[in-house]
Design a protein around this ligand. Structure first.
Ligand SMILES: *[C@@H]1O[C@H](CO)[C@@H](O)[C@H](O)[C@H]1NC(C)=O
Ligand SMILES: *[C@@H]1O[C@H](CO)[C@@H](O)[C@H](O)[C@H]1NC(C)=O
Ligand SMILES: *[C@@H]1O[C@H](CO)[C@@H](O)[C@H](O)[C@H]1NC(C)=O
Ligand SMILES: *[C@@H]1O[C@H](CO)[C@@H](O)[C@H](O)[C@H]1NC(C)=O
Ligand SMILES: *[C@@H]1O[C@H](CO)[C@@H](O)[C@H](O)[C@H]1NC(C)=O
Ligand SMILES: *[C@@H]1O[C@H](CO)[C@@H](O)[C@H](O)[C@H]1NC(C)=O
Length: 675
């Protein structure tokens, strides 16, 4: 009775959700407080699981959400993406500035961020919180309290940070000359790196006993340089108190320099295509401009052995930088460096303070925060749900590889692939194995000194790469694991024990199968004959995806077909797994595999949940660029491509043989017909 009472109490909110028909659609564009309420309600409702009535409410809400994205008057057989996602752009519109793209992953992330925020807002409690969590909350509290710090004290503290490295006159006092004769930019960026770990102009990174040196992360130049200059000008004025006219000039110069630097940069992960060098080989080309050995020695605080080897990250970058720094005036270079340094310490004195501080904590303690959510929400039932579907997907994948349609694989190769598949494991990325007490016990924080606390956090582990937690699934070939981000543990968004299983297989199932498909790519497992056969099939995808059109433009014929192949395998594998689930389900239970007010068969529902996983909207300008990008097929075409290759789709929707979704030329790695 009690549970039903709660459900009734929440009914008005749910009704609101159903009537607006937008479900979670509000999360992106609506006000944060409304989103939070809906999230919180959902949590409450879903915790009371033992009432059929609650289940019905949850299903109604999910149905309303799914229907709200659809454009059911369109023909599913003509364009299944538009049929499934046609109204998405109205509900979650992208725009020119932010967000330039909207998609389902963002909804997940947004809900996840709310969960993180709720955990942070619980008052620190020495009885229940671990030491690391207490530190984190102390840091968060110091950030919130910093609003009370008088502005002049804040500015003075920023100037003190610069003064740790070089003498600079008070920037807010006009007419002060900055003596630049003694300014040594290389020495300055090296000391900043050693102390705080920021890669300004140059990068240094230790990983697996290797020293990488070279290009920092690519600066994403804004298309509009004036817009960037305005941002910097605002920084200079509001944070440093630089007088308006001066700020304008300086900002322009800094933005110009930034653009010149970014022109010589490429998008590349550290470790990819780096070149082994001895110190003198690194120095030789640019002796006039700078001495890389000197930089490295200051940062790592020891001398390099002449025989020691370093890895140069993006070999073309150093000579580009040499030219830029030679041409730049020392003043401009200096201001650029100090702006780069200080922006890590900027504190917004207006706007949503909770948002600012939560996002700071998220950047600085990513693993600990993930771990907190994991402990809070990753209960045994959810983990076992996820492990269950993982096993079913693996089982089904094995079936596809064992089927006669995979006979083109040479026997030994096939066995190796099967073994590899069997050995692949799923890891929930909640960092349960990290000893956070050990990691944070030496971190000393003060209750009110936010900037001091920031310094303390930055000065830890300055030479290793910063962790950027992923919010999507990834396959890690080194460990042969599929990593599931904590954000995906959230139930009642994509999947839930209240919803039909079709949704679980269509969303989580296809995502898992996609990553598993990447585990087949390890070339060392393939013999030449099988590989030649594989290449033939790959060529089919290449040709086919090259013929697909988005907004009237053709996609570039890309040779990077791995993603497309993984998509195609994933839908096949997940469908197969769902079909087995259905076949084992008692006929009387089949009714649970549908949603109220959505007249779709269980299999059709499976396809709908798959397609809606990829609903998105992208700003026009961004969209054009997207189709020119060679790496990723745009979402709509991912759905169209994979489903039109999959014969069963056409059958489940009774498509005629002429419809667009039943292209006669199908590309498949394994053409296992599964019905
Ligand atoms: C429902 O929740 C109760 C606790 O509230 C739990 O004991 C029970 O196992 C749950 N049932 C299901 C089907 O998850
Ligand atoms: C660069 O610096 C290192 C160490 O300070 C020094 O040994 C080396 O001779 C310098 N190289 C050049 C080309 O000046
Ligand atoms: C550098 O390597 C060479 C050959 O490997 C060796 O003869 C020489 O002693 C090494 N020099 C130093 C300073 O270690
Ligand atoms: C998968 O690996 C387990 C051991 O990890 C083994 O017991 C099992 O037989 C393997 N299954 C297949 C189909 O190879
Ligand atoms: C974690 O580290 C602390 C000290 O750094 C130690 O006392 C504790 O036993 C460790 N916990 C585990 C589970 O290893
Ligand atoms: C392969 O798939 C066909 C249907 O396409 C099916 O009849 C057959 O049983 C499958 N073979 C294996 C070994 O699973």
């Amino acid at each position: 009775m009690k549970n039903i009472g709660i459900a009734f109490a929440l009914l008005p909110l749910l009704l609101q959700l159903l009537l607006t028909g937008s479900g979670r659609g509000h999360l992106l564009s609506g006000q944060p407080d409304i989103d939070l309420t809906i999230q919180a309600q959902e949590q409450l409702i879903s915790q009371h699981n033992d009432s059929a009535y609650v289940q019905r409410l949850m299903r109604l809400a999910k149905s309303a959400e799914m229907r709200s994205y659809m454009q059911p008057e369109l023909e599913a057989c003509d364009n299944f993406y538009d049929y499934s996602c046609g109204h998405w752009p109205q509900i979650n519109p992208a725009n020119g500035v932010h967000p330039r793209e909207t998609n389902y992953e963002q909804l997940l992330v947004k809900a996840y961020h709310h969960k993180q925020q709720r955990l942070l807002e619980r008052p620190a409690n020495g009885e229940v919180d671990e030491l690391a969590v207490l530190r984190l909350k102390q840091f968060y509290a110091s950030c919130l309290l910093f609003r009370q710090m008088p502005e002049d004290v804040y500015r003075r503290q920023l100037q003190e940070i610069v003064a740790e490295f070089v003498y600079v006159p008070d920037l807010s006092q006009p007419g002060q000359e900055w003596p630049t004769e003694d300014f040594d930019w290389l020495d300055t960026v090296a000391r900043i790196k050693r102390k705080y770990g920021f890669n300004i102009l140059l990068l240094l990174q230790l990983s697996a006993d290797r020293i990488y040196v070279g290009q920092p992360n690519k600066i994403q130049a804004l298309p509009d340089r004036q817009a960037r200059a305005n941002v910097i000008r605002d920084h200079l004025e509001s944070h440093l108190g630089v007088e308006e006219k001066l700020a304008k000039t300086w900002a322009r110069e800094i933005a110009d320099l930034e653009q010149q630097i970014s022109r010589g940069m490429v998008e590349r992960r550290v470790g990819i295509l780096s070149q082994l060098r001895k110190p003198e080989e690194l120095d030789a080309p640019n002796t006039e401009a700078f001495n890389v050995t000197q930089y490295v020695e200051i940062v790592i605080d020891r001398e390099l052995d002449p025989n020691e080897t370093l890895y140069e990250h993006v070999p073309s970058y150093l000579s580009h930088l040499a030219k830029v720094v030679t041409d730049a005036s020392p003043q401009v270079l200096g201001r650029y460096i100090f702006h780069e340094l200080l922006q890590h310490f900027f504190y917004e004195r207006t706007g949503n303070i909770v948002e600012q501080c939560v996002s700071r904590v998220r950047d600085l303690f990513p693993e600990l925060l993930d771990n907190m959510v994991y402990k809070q929400y990753g209960d045994a039932a959810i983990l076992s749900d996820i492990e269950g579907i993982w096993q079913q997907i693996k089982h089904s994948f094995r079936g596809v590889l064992e089927n006669s349609s995979a006979d083109w694989l040479v026997v030994e190769t096939r066995e190796q692939l099967l073994e590899h598949l069997n050995a692949t494991s799923l890891v929930v990325n909640g960092h349960a194995d990290v000893n956070f007490t050990q990691r944070y016990e030496s971190l000393e924080l003060k209750d009110r000194e936010y900037l001091q606390n920031l310094k303390a956090v930055f000065s830890r582990e300055t030479l290793t790469a910063k962790i950027i937690p992923s919010t999507s699934l990834v396959y890690n070939p080194l460990e042969n694991t599929v990593l599931l981000p904590v954000a995906l543990l959230q139930p009642n968004i994509m999947w839930s024990r209240y919803y039909p299983r079709a949704l679980r297989f269509g969303s989580l199932g296809t995502l898992l199968a996609h990553e598993l498909a990447h585990s087949l790519e390890d070339a060392s497992k393939w013999d030449a004959k099988s590989f030649a056969e594989y290449a033939k099939r790959k060529a089919c995808f290449k040709e086919q995806y090259g013929r697909l059109r988005l907004n009237g433009r053709y996609l570039p014929e890309s040779s990077l077909q791995a993603e497309n192949i993984a998509d195609n395998l994933a839908i096949q594998v997940a469908y197969h797994a769902y079909r087995r689930y259905l076949s084992e389900l008692a006929t009387s239970a089949l009714g649970t595999e549908s949603l109220p007010q959505l007249k779709l068969s269980p299999r059709q529902l499976f396809f709908l949940s798959y397609a809606q996983l990829w609903c998105n909207d992208a700003n026009e300008e961004f969209r054009d660029k997207q189709s020119l990008l060679k790496i990723r097929t745009p979402n709509a075409l991912r759905v169209m491509g994979a489903l039109s290759n999959f014969e069963t789709f056409g059958r489940d929707f009774s498509c005629s043989s002429e419809s667009r979704m039943t292209t006669p030329q199908k590309c498949q790695l394994f053409a296992a017909s599964l019905d």
